[in-house]
Ligand binder design. Structure first.
Ligand SMILES: O=C(O)CCC(=O)C(=O)O
Ligand SMILES: [Fe+2]
Length: 336
């Protein structure tokens, strides 16, 4: 069974995309409206002018909900090694991947395939993803894969570094919004998870998607994209903007929780992933997630009598369930 389960295992046996992977007409990349002149802002985190960096981060997050960072301080060797480990993981025999990713009976760590995120999904997606928690406490590490060799050590180091980078960026965002500098460092960032996505080559990229149009259900995402392949698109003003990979940069995007916390000022932008006829594409998504109990709602510092809360407050666990169950219809329903 596992031999045929993952897209990575069977994609090269077909010259056409199986019917269940063909998207409805209005979602196919071949029919998409692409933006011809916009790009996602790039921010140099090593710049001397801190105020300028803060301003750029806020402006990009208001306009696009996305930006890229360069000179972010995470060692290139560590990023390259982590990407190599994940690529090797997806290239392992299916039964090995399966046993390496199912050590926790509660399924904190899992390898899933072709699945979308919500009720709006009608066709399958051209990808396999490995996902597990990576909290600073080290809890759950005993359930992480042990293959390829060095997985736990490398992914452990990577997730520590990305946590520091994420908190640094959230600190800059807090500064720009008038929140305390440690606003996000407690239960709003307690439960990070890491996802390793593999999008194999696809014989008919015009018909399929690697990931549906979605907003991330978290606070902030730090994405590393394999160089030289463009496939991530961000929605702005009714058109898709491609996010070109920049060597050694990270893509930063606001999650829907940050949109709520900032009372709609920063956008949890919609994005999607297309496929390519070659080569294979790998990405690493680090999700900063609140604890289940953390109360998510507009921060009092960003609301006032003239700018009242537009969203209710509730525990993250409850909010996440509503978000996942209602998909794209959720946001309109959720507004006060
Ligand atoms: O792989 C990508 O380019 C994006 C992945 C993504 O959007 C996600 O994990 O939420
Ligand atoms: Fe996403």
């Amino acid at each position: 069974m596992s031999e045929t389960k993952y897209v990575s295992s069977w994609y090269n046996l077909h010259s056409k995309v199986p019917e269940s992977y063909v998207q409805p007409l209005d979602r196919r990349p071949c029919n998409a409206v692409m933006s011809t002149n916009k790009t996602i802002p790039v921010i140099d985190l090593a710049g001397n002018d801190r105020d300028e960096i803060v301003k750029k981060i806020i402006k990009s997050s208001e306009e696009y909900g996305f930006f890229q960072v360069v000179n972010h301080g995470v060692a290139k060797e560590l990023v390259d090694e982590t990407l190599r480990i994940f690529k090797e993981f997806h290239a392992l025999p299916a039964d090995v991947k399966e046993s390496e990713s199912s050590k926790d009976p509660n399924k904190s760590c899992k390898l899933y395939t072709s699945s979308g995120r919500n009720v709006a999904d009608v066709a399958k997606y051209w990808k396999d993803s490995l996902k597990h928690p990576c909290p600073p406490s080290g809890e759950f590490t005993q359930y992480w894969p042990q293959k390829p060799q060095g997985y736990r050590e490398t992914v452990g180091k990577y997730t520590q570094e990305l946590r520091a980078l994420g908190l640094r960026i959230l600190g800059l965002i807090s500064e720009g919004l008038g929140l305390s500098s440690d606003y996000f460092s407690g239960d709003l960032s307690e439960n990070p998870i890491i996802l390793s996505h593999h999008y194999p080559p696809c014989p008919e990229p015009g018909l399929t998607l690697g990931a549906s149009k979605h907003k991330d259900p978290n606070t902030l995402t730090i994405l590393f994209q394999e160089p030289n392949i463009t496939a991530l698109h961000v929605m702005k003003d009714g058109a898709w903007i491609p996010v070109e990979p920049i060597p050694d940069a990270f893509v930063i995007n606001m999650g829907f929780m940050l949109q709520i916390i900032t009372n709609g000022r920063l956008i949890g932008a919609e994005h999607r992933v297309v496929t390519n006829s070659s080569p294979s594409r790998h990405t690493i998504a680090y999700f900063i997630n609140p604890s289940k109990e953390a109360i998510i709602g507009p921060a009092k510092e960003v609301t006032s009598s003239t700018s009242p809360p537009i969203y209710p407050s509730m525990p993250f666990g409850e909010l996440l369930e509503k978000f996942m169950n209602n998909g794209p219809y959720f946001e309109a329903q959720f507004r006060l």
